[in-house]
Design a protein around this ligand. Structure first.
Ligand SMILES: Nc1ncnc2c1ncn2[C@@H]1O[C@H](COP(=O)(O)OP(=O)(O)O)[C@@H](O)[C@H]1O
Ligand SMILES: [Mg+2]
Length: 360
């Protein structure tokens, strides 16, 4: 159980909902009162702190097949299966940090599986099974070399570009007069390239097709599916009092079938805001509470790091590692409505080894 108490200079009504006390509306501009967020399930900061030394930084399971190390995942390929080990590594601005986040791999893997299950009604997904909290066994697909970013709101990278005065992003024209975190009339798609090395770059639909990165008909289907997935994810989030702000999808080909791969609606690939405080924060131009990697990005930007070569990389101290872990776990519990069950007491590597024997 974990209780956070915040103070604000206003009087508010409370509505006692399931597991959380929600602020309903301000009464009058008077003095202070408490807002209590009560999370029934959350594991404690102390437990997270104790597990700072039990993070999965890397893996070495040669018997699982050919290994490829990504920023966050170690993938092993054998025949037509891909065993994805979701580590506790964290990357931001294309830099992978040497300090890991306790339970991050498990949160990512389990949130993704939760949404993949629902996504299966829209498009085939790569999931075969989850033999361990940090592992997904998936269909080995041929990935399309683009990342499909769907944005419902003007935030993050899109806002940073807009703020500089640009009104076109990835071929999409943006209207004048928009404010930070404002909702778009309709979600927009702003793809990026997915180079083997170097930074991802913005690209337009036209260029993707002209450069032959994805065949035209496939790309059109990808866009259609991405918008359907975003609608589904937004509805699932709304039921839990959250806004799915934007997200990234990856698709691949599996025996000629368009397949959803990688991860879906996780805090690494998406932004989530609380729905109940969105409007007030938006109107007052306050920051929204970030249940996503944007929280770490903001911390890094405060420390003058945005992934540029000339900038020195700040070390992630224990406080920020715990803060990020707590937000990821908070998102897991809110979005799935399930208690986050951490298997502690055994080194992660040992547990994984036991759970993947059948794949050797
Ligand atoms: N089912 C799949 N088939 C083929 N490739 C996949 C599949 N699922 C994920 N991938 C790829 O595996 C990699 C996952 O590693 P990740 O840590 O995200 O690394 P990065 O983003 O640096 O490539 C991604 O490149 C992703 O495109
Ligand atoms: Mg990735």
């Amino acid at each position: 159980m974990d209780i956070t108490i915040k103070c604000k200079i206003e009087i508010v009504w409370f509505q006692f909902g399931k597991g959380r006390v929600k602020k309903v509306k301000p009464l009058r501009d008077k003095i202070s009162i408490l807002i209590i967020r009560y999370n029934k399930h959350m594991i404690s900061r102390d437990t997270v702190q104790q597990n700072l030394v039990n993070c999965l930084i890397g893996s070495d399971f040669a018997l699982l097949g050919v290994k490829r190390v990504g920023k966050v995942r170690d993938c092993y390929t054998k025949q037509n299966k891909r065993i994805i080990v979701v580590t506790d590594r964290v990357s931001a601005f294309d830099h992978t940090f040497k300090e890991a986040i306790p339970f991050k791999g498990q949160v990512l893997n389990q949130i993704s599986a939760y949404f993949m299950e629902a996504a299966g009604t829209i498009v085939p997904t790569h999931i075969i099974s989850l033999p361990d909290p940090n592992i997904t066994v998936a269909k080995e697909c041929v990935p399309y070399p683009v990342e499909i970013i769907v944005r419902g709101y003007l935030t993050g990278h899109a806002w940073r570009v807009y703020k500089e005065g640009k009104r076109k992003l990835c071929g999409v024209v943006l209207p004048d007069g928009m404010k930070m975190n404002q909702k778009f009339e309709k979600p927009i798609i702003t793809p990026t390239t997915k180079p083997d090395e170097g930074h991802d770059e913005d690209i337009s639909r036209q260029e993707i097709i002209e450069r032959g990165l994805v065949p035209k008909l496939v790309y059109e289907k990808i866009e259609e599916k991405a918008l359907e997935l975003f609608k589904q994810g937004s509805e699932m989030a709304a039921k839990r009092g959250l806004i799915l702000v934007d997200t990234k999808y990856e698709f691949g080909d599996y025996n000629g079938e368009l397949t959803l791969i990688d991860e879906v609606h996780t805090p690494d690939s998406s932004r989530f805001f609380y729905a109940d405080s969105y409007k007030e924060n938006f109107e007052k131009e306050y920051k929204q509470k970030q249940l996503s990697k944007e929280f770490l990005r903001e911390w890094l930007m405060d420390k003058n790091f945005q992934g540029e070569e000339f900038q020195s990389v700040p070390a992630l101290d224990d406080e920020i590692r715990i803060d990020v872990a707590m937000r990821y776990i908070e998102l897991y519990e809110i979005i799935t409505g399930r208690e986050f069950v951490a298997e502690i007491g055994k080194p992660i590597e040992k547990r994984i080894e036991e759970n993947i024997q059948q794949y050797y």
